[in-house]
Write a protein that binds this ligand. Structure first.
Ligand code: TXA
Ligand code: MG
Length: 323
């Protein structure tokens, strides 16, 4: 792991960071809120590495960091209210959850297969880096899952230093609190996560109250993790060993299922049994399977170690009874 100080050589930090990101590896970088663990958001294997390194037991959707409203507009659609908020508060500690645009290059793992994407334009060096790299960066806070968000390069180094090639140091994060997450809806703007931008400031710009999804002090339920977000149209059978004619098969590591010659589609998350590859294919394959079958989606067992835990979490949600 290398630590590069932005104040001592910004040019070197920029060049090294772009090179690491282009190679599909991760960079810990300062934003005004907290330090982020960043990957090229269009590279599924790189995004899978984020989950692996954080040790996240589930695929929480990630925030996609943009250099400008223009860059964001290639990937999501803004209605009038979203545009008003973006113009008022970007760059800054505000994230907007917006409908994904058809044809976006953002990898489905970044948004955990949802049809919305969380986007933010950060201020400072990270914004310049995104502009230079010329691609959005997916970045959760740069800490092991369940630990407190890192606000200094030293925190990142102590926690994740052995697992990542590059940490950029710009001193303590100015805000030290994650971004405020807002979702514009036809009923009004929902506050999904309180953060570094106050609700009052948002309401002043909107001229209307925001909708609080969360009682103050209540345990924070990660937004975007609700079970209903995760259901394909077809029923899902996990740990399947056989199928009915017309079902879709999602297998792993070359496993075969009984009756599989009668499948509508058969895809293998990773023929080599590589869980990082499997994670990057999961959401695409669930969608392809859902589109191909009028029956069920039968999923072969996936090992539960490493990223397999998050893959199984996602599959269990997909297989849960619907209401
Ligand atoms: O300040 C921040 O927001 C930092 C810096 C690095 O930008 N990032 C951060 O990311 O806090 P993370 O991954 O720790 O939190 C992202 C939150 C999660 O609670 C996730 O569920 C939510 O954003 N989220 C992401 N995409 C979503 C979506 N499409 N719908 C609803 N919630 C979403
Ligand atoms: Mg976090």
């Amino acid at each position: 792991m290398a630590v590069l100080s932005i104040s001592s050589d910004a040019k070197l930090a920029m060049a090294e960071a772009c090179e690491v990101l282009a190679n599909g590896d991760l960079v810990a970088l300062p934003t005004e809120t907290v330090y982020g663990l960043a990957a090229d958001a269009s590279n599924g294997l790189a995004v899978a590495r984020i989950f692996e390194i954080k040790g996240r037991p589930s695929f929480n959707p990630l925030i996609c960091h943009m250099s400008s409203i223009t860059m964001a507009s290639h990937h999501v659609t803004f209605d009038a209210v979203a545009m008003q908020l973006a113009q008022a508060f970007w760059p800054g500690p505000m994230t907007l959850v917006l409908p994904k645009r058809e044809g976006t290059t953002i990898h489905p793992l970044t948004s955990a297969g949802l049809d919305t994407l969380a986007v933010r334009v950060p201020s400072g060096f990270s914004r310049q880096l995104i502009a230079t790299f010329n691609r959005p960066l997916a970045a959760p806070s740069a800490n092991t899952s369940g630990k407190i968000s890192a606000t200094t390069a030293r925190h990142v180094a102590l926690d994740l230093g052995e697992k990542i090639p590059l940490i950029l140091d710009a001193g303590p994060a100015a805000i030290g609190l994650e971004s405020t997450i807002l979702k514009p809806t036809p009923q009004g703007v929902e506050l999904l996560r309180p953060g570094g931008l106050s609700a009052e400031d948002v309401e002043t710009v909107l001229g209307a109250p925001i909708i609080r999804k969360q009682q103050p002090g209540a345990a924070i339920e990660a937004p975007g993790m609700m079970r209903s977000h995760y259901a394909p149209g077809a029923p899902v059978h996990i740990n399947a060993s056989r199928i009915c004619a017309g079902d879709a098969i999602i297998t792993f590591g070359g496993q075969t299922l009984d009756n599989e010659e009668r499948a509508a589609i058969r895809v293998d998350l990773s023929e080599d049994g590589n869980l990082t590859e499997a994670a990057s294919n999961l959401f695409d394959f669930l969608k392809a399977a859902d589109d191909a079958t009028n029956g069920a989606i039968c999923v072969a067992p996936v090992p539960a170690n490493g990223l397999g835990e998050a893959i199984n979490d996602r599959l269990v949600r997909a297989a849960a009874p619907r209401h």
